[in-house]
Design a protein around this ligand. Structure first.
Ligand SMILES: Nc1ncnc2c1ncn2[C@@H]1O[C@H](COP(=O)(O)OP(=O)(O)O)[C@@H](O)[C@H]1O
Ligand SMILES: [Mg+2]
Length: 241
């Protein structure tokens, strides 16, 4: 891990809705994420984790505060430039895998390259070692419906890494997986990211994976209430969630 900040958020606030329906999703979040670290953001459902990821990646706009990612204030970009920025610099892994159902595993992994304009055959060639790295080279020609949940998440991990992004954002990556598949997914994510010097932000309330974190930021009610680097956290917090 270096001390180069990859993400810097200051005093981020975000509400949804108006009047009686107004929800304070983020109530002043300060967060710095450093190059090559695996930062976990943990906390109960509804505490603002997904909202924070959406602000960091420019998918939604904060009401106040500022957020720089790779030295870029993402809010200053046009929508087209935001999309291009995400396409080049960020990989995403979601709870429900979000694979393209009509594409094969290999095509899914290659899709970020194809979207960036790479020639189809060249993109498949570049994607193949990533599929191999997650241990499912033999399923290259299968569509997602023919793969288990664990295999689908491994395809999604390979896809998040294929364009060699600087930052990978994972929102509840293991929530839909059984224990063993969740462990495998985290091991792969962590080891491949380390090889490519990738920074990882993993949002989760799955305490079975806390031990993979370099640092844990604990959220509650729209705020970060503490950060921990010690291993005792996983034991203490496992009791409270
Ligand atoms: N699009 C939305 N419209 C209205 N309220 C929302 C929306 N998205 C999230 N919220 C609310 O904001 C709060 C934080 O949600 P979220 O960021 O999804 O939390 P988490 O990911 O930690 O479960 C919750 O109270 C949720 O109901
Ligand atoms: Mg969420």
């Amino acid at each position: 891990m270096s001390h180069q900040p990859i993400v810097q958020c200051e005093k981020i606030t975000k509400t949804y809705g108006e009047g009686e329906a107004k929800t304070y999703a983020l109530r002043g979040v300060d967060l710095t994420v450093y190059q090559q670290e695996l930062l976990m953001i943990v906390g109960p459902s509804g505490c603002g984790k997904t909202t924070l990821l959406s602000v960091i990646t420019g998918l939604i706009e904060a009401d106040s505060g500022c957020c720089e990612i790779l030295g870029q204030d993402i809010l200053q970009l046009t929508d087209a430039d935001k999309t291009a920025f995400r396409g080049k610099h960020i990989g995403f892994v979601f709870q429900n895998f979000n694979l393209f159902p009509a594409l094969t595993a290999l095509e899914n992994v290659a899709s970020p390259l194809i979207i960036q304009g790479m020639d189809y055959e060249k993109a498949l060639e570049q994607a193949r070692p990533f599929l191999k790295a997650v241990g499912i080279a033999e399923q290259a020609d299968q569509t997602p419906a023919h793969l288990s949940g664990g295999q689908q998440q491994r395809v999604a991990i390979a896809r998040a890494l294929v364009h060699q992004p600087d930052l990978i954002i994972c929102d509840e990556p293991t929530s839909a997986l059984d224990h063993q598949a969740g462990q495998t997914a985290m091991q792969l994510l962590k080891s491949i990211a380390a090889q490519h010097q990738t920074t990882l932000i993993v949002v989760t309330h799955d305490n079975r994976i806390y031990s993979y974190a370099d640092r844990i930021a604990e959220m509650e009610d729209g705020r970060i209430i503490g950060t921990h680097t010690d291993e005792t956290f996983s034991l203490d917090t496992a009791r409270s969630f």
